[in-house]
Design a binder for this molecule. Structure first.
Ligand code: THU
Length: 134
């Protein structure tokens, strides 16, 4: 599956965003290590804090279906290169320590990162494993 296809799926997911409060639409599409594709959009709630970002919608869909390893995730939003928020970076860290993150304006105009570029010196599951072994 090529990157352009993943961006296309993220753009399609973006159209489904439920954003009555911010009117800021975000879409995400991810590929799991075992070859499954999941998409997500942001979903806003009137009391604000339950709002879910597009990336986490896609990731939680994948994990809840048994696919816990993210290989690559593409994100599109209404700003010029919409980057994943800090919370989403930490969630990607949980399920895709070596994931590639594509931040795209369009299928032709995109930037590519590793999770470590966007969340250096991160904390993750392995830190807790070390503690358990003591
Ligand atoms: N949003 C995302 O969906 N992903 C991000 O990484 C950045 C922010 C959403 C949350 C909210 O619905 C809207 O963008 C404005 O913050």
């Amino acid at each position: 599956m090529d990157k352009q296809y993943l961006i296309k799926k993220a753009l399609e997911a973006q159209e489904k965003a439920y954003v009555p409060y911010s009117n800021f639409k975000v879409g995400a599409a991810l590929l799991t290590e075992d070859g499954e594709l999941y998409t997500g959009c942001n979903i806003e709630i009137a009391s604000y804090s339950p709002t879910l970002c597009a990336e986490r919608t896609a990731i939680f869909k994948a994990v809840s279906e048994g696919h816990k390893k993210i290989k690559i995730i593409a994100v599109v939003g209404d700003s010029d290169f919409t980057y994943p928020c800090g919370v989403c970076r930490q969630v990607i860290r949980e399920f895709g320590k070596d994931a590639t993150i594509i931040v795209a304006n369009s299928e032709e105009d995109y930037r590519e990162y590793k999770l470590d570029d966007l969340l250096p010196h991160s904390f993750g599951p392995e830190d807790l494993e070390e503690k358990e072994q003591e």
